[in-house]
Design a protein around this ligand. Structure first.
Ligand code: NAD
Length: 258
């Protein structure tokens, strides 16, 4: 991929210090873009920003809890100043966040946490970047759904399924509202991608459970992280300039919705 693809573009990544977010950040800078990392994990932000700037990239970070709209607004303003503009938001902060899968084990606080980080966080961050994108004459927002929000996945529980389905409604409605400003909003819905955090979990599964997971994937193998990063960056780039309000399933064929 061209090292000029994102030249002059500033790309904010929430959850940018995490497994997928950090890999996306590395690819953005390899393709000429500037990155702003928003995350709660201060040491991981610092390590990533140091790594990227040491390689000559323009990168900055801000500690922010995406649930808090005021902090999000401040962080986005700070990063817009540091980077010069905001052209793309990749809203990856989210997940099951260590909450239990089974109904009897899920507390009200667990449900609120998963809904707030995934849904309200995506709302807060999208709303915060839109004025900057309007000023820039357009932009692209990529939200993070999941195969667990597109189907009744056995891996994750009700709060995650609820949140990741809600993100699809948010994506479509927002796309309708901001299209006139040349701002596109699309969701990505990954299957299982083995980040460092999830790899340990997968490796601890029995060989037969691992085979069951893999046999359900028509492509017959687990993906590389880059196979999620590249579709995200397609939605971030001008190559998808007439695509908005849609969801891109990236799951090796495990789910083939109509
Ligand atoms: N990895 C997968 O298989 C997979 C599959 C489907 C969807 N997804 C989605 O992709 C996104 C990224 O997943 P990942 O695997 O990289 O997860 P991850 O846990 O490695 O990264 C998530 C990042 O979000 C940050 N974060 C958590 N709460 C936050 C908050 N309140 N404010 C700001 N940052 C916060 C964490 O510190 C972490 O760095 C998530 O939305 C997840 O649901 C992942």
């Amino acid at each position: 991929m061209s090292t000029e693809r994102f030249k002059g573009k500033s790309i904010l990544i929430t959850g940018g210090a995490g497994g997928l977010g950090s890999q996306i950040a590395r690819s953005v800078v390899a393709q000429g873009g500037k990155v702003g990392i928003l995350d709660t994990n201060v040491s991981a932000i610092q390590a990533l920003v140091s790594e990227l700037t040491a390689g000559g990239a323009t990168a900055a970070g801000a500690r922010v809890d995406v649930r808090d709209a005021n902090s999000v607004d401040e962080a986005v303003s700070e990063l817009a100043k540091a980077l010069g503009s905001v052209d793309v938001l990749i809203a990856a902060a989210g997940g099951s966040l260590g909450t239990p899968r089974d109904l009897d084990d899920i507390s009200e606080a667990d449900f609120d946490l998963v809904l707030d980080v995934n849904v309200k966080g995506t709302f807060n961050c999208s709303r915060a970047v839109i004025p900057y994108m309007k000023k820039a004459g357009g932009g692209s927002i990529i939200t993070f759904s999941s195969i667990g929000g597109r189907s009744a996945s056995p891996v994750t529980g009700v709060p995650y399924a609820t949140a990741k389905a809600a993100i699809l409604g948010l994506t479509r409605r927002l796309a309708k509202e901001v299209g006139e400003f040349n701002i596109r909003v699309n969701a990505i819905a990954p299957g299982l991608f083995l980040t460092d955090r999830l790899e340990g979990m997968f490796n601890e599964m029995s060989k037969s459970d691992q085979s069951e997971v893999i046999n359900a994937i028509p492509l017959g193998r687990m993906p590389k992280l880059q196979e999620c990063v590249d579709p995200v960056l397609f939605l971030a780039s001008d190559e998808s300039s007439y695509i908005t309000g849609t969801v891109l399933d990236v799951n090796g064929g495990r789910l083939m919705p109509n």
